[in-house]
Design a protein around this ligand. Sequence first.
Ligand SMILES: [Zn+2]
Length: 285
Amino acid sequence: MQWLGRRESSNVEDRRGFSGGGLVAGGGIIGIIIYLLSTFLGGGNVDPSQLPQVSPQTQQTTLTPEEEKADNERAKFVKVVLAETEDVWNKVFADNGSTYTEPTLVLFRDGVASACGNASAASGPFYCPQDGKLYIDLSFYQEMQDKLNAPGDFAMAYVIAHEVGHHVQNLMGTASKVNRLRAQSGEKEANRYSVAMELQADFYAGVWAHYDDKMKNILDAGDIDEAMNAANAIGDDRLQKQSQGTVVPDAFTHGTSEQRMFWFKKGFETGDLSQGNTFDDPSLN
Ligand SMILES: [Zn+2]
């Protein structure tokens, strides 16, 4: 992808230096429990300064200078991709007579608190409709390359564009409409709606790639293959990542690898929003 020297989005909250709210609270609670235990066992003569201090920092991944450099390079890259999605969706919305509200991207490391609950790096990237923010731990980039066999800058761009696709669904009112329908349906039907939502986010990622390349020639040879390979690698039949006890909006069913590739490609080839009705996909029945 042609990205060096391009505009970086300013709609970014960089929380990589901080721990998630859950971790901070965890440290505090452990401290209190130790304090109470020592108080009960030791007869109350406890000097608080003698208590082990559970600092959030000790629970975080420590990066080597090289890793930190790579992480910062990735941060730069995702900021450029976010800016590219802003340019495209601002134009597409304006062309359709409406206004695009740009989402915020939260970069985190290890853990993060969102309006949708606490998440860890294992949750993978996700979009939270309640606060309209995208959450990404950049270590997912490495994971795609090393564990999911989905390398390449455009594979990561596709992941970001997919999350932005959920934001587009939120703005278009599709998300709330579908949530209403899901609430009235049985489990199987509700699951079908979830898959259709995911496939539509893939379709929108394809639509983004279509217009961004048309407007600014961002694509290198092989980029679409990288995205297709990533769509293939992170289909439900290949991957089911979910961490327990936390709310992970994007850990819902995503559809098979084949469905994901089909809809991304359809968005990319047509660039036509009216063709993104994934809810009528016969393969979902
Ligand atoms: Zn999704």
